[in-house]
Every structure is written in C-alpha cells, then in structure tokens.
Design a protein around this ligand. Structure first.
Ligand code: ADP
Ligand code: MG
Length: 138
C-alpha cells in the first residue's frame, strides 16, 4: 500500500550537516520526497506538533530543543511508508536502536535523536497537514 508519512530532520541533524545523508537513506530505501521545507519552528508550532506529549515530563525540554535551530520537514511517500520510515529511523533511544538505523548512526541521546517520524497512518495525515498545504505535496 502506497502511503505518505511525515519526517523531520531535527535541529541536531541540521547542525551536524546530516541533511544529505538522511535524505539519501530515505531515497536509497525507496521512499520518495513528496514535500520538503527547511524552517525554524516557533514555540507555538513545536508545542502544537507535540501536543500529545504535553503531560510528559520532557515536554518543555522537547519544545526548547525542537526550536533551538532550523529543522527540515518532509513528506515521504512509498510502500508502507509509515512503518518503513520507523524502521529506517530506529528506536526512540539511539542506544536501543538497531544497527544501521539513522538514530543508531547519528542520534545523540533519547531527546536529541536526529529524526522524527509519524507513528501511524492517521497521525501521518494529521502531521503532514500540520506543515504542508496539499498544493505543496508532489
Ligand atoms: P518517537 O520520536 O520515536 O516517536 P516519542 O513519540 O515517544 O518517540 O517521543 C517524541 C520525542 O520526544 C522523541 O523523539 C524525543 O525527541 C523526545 N523524547 C522521548 N522520550 C524522551 C525522554 N525520556 N527524555 C527526553 N526526550 C524524550
Ligand atoms: Mg512519536
């Protein structure tokens, strides 16, 4: 099934010149870039994006981190894109991520873990809509 999912190269990835390597991993593994934008998230945008985590103890830290520098927001498209992207990313905690995943290769710690990926097709649709009008998705 062809799906779309939202990916973000987080501030630690942009700061360490990893945009190209991360995009290459998606493209090499058959996910197409359907939309892409570099932007600095406002506090409101980051809080809105992560609203499901607002009661978690790390919420403030997460919002500060996600607004600490520019990010690259992408819609990825391909066969089972949601799960495929999660496989390419690896586990939330880089220390627990499988070998060869983005988070294992590049993640700093459980907070600064280099990439975001939607966790379900429903959330993918919500998250893509949060950042991209349909006219900017190709
Ligand atoms: P994932 O990004 O793998 O879907 P979650 O949705 O659980 O993980 O968490 C969202 C983001 O919040 C994580 O990617 C990470 O940046 C941050 N985060 C998660 N757990 C922690 C934690 N225990 N301490 C600090 N930051 C965390
Ligand atoms: Mg998540």
């Amino acid at each position: 099934m062809i799906q779309k999912t939202l990916s973000i190269v987080k501030p630690d990835g942009v700061k360490r010149n990893l945009i190209g390597k991360i995009v290459a991993m998606f493209e090499d593994k058959g996910l197409k870039i359907a939309a892409m934008e570099m932007k600095l998230l406002s506090k409101k945008e980051a809080e809105g994006f992560y609203v499901v985590h607002k009661e978690r103890p790390f919420f403030g830290e997460l919002v500060d981190y996600m607004t600490s520098g520019p990010v690259v927001v992408m819609a990825l498209e391909g066969e089972n894109a949601v799960l495929r992207n999660r496989e390419i990313m690896g586990a939330t905690d880089p220390a627990k991520a499988d070998a060869g995943t983005i988070r294992k290769l590049y993640g700093v710690n459980v907070g600064e873990n280099t990439v975001h990926g939607s966790d379900s097709p429903e959330n993918a649709a919500i998250e893509i809509g949060y950042f991209f009008p349909s006219s900017k998705i190709f």
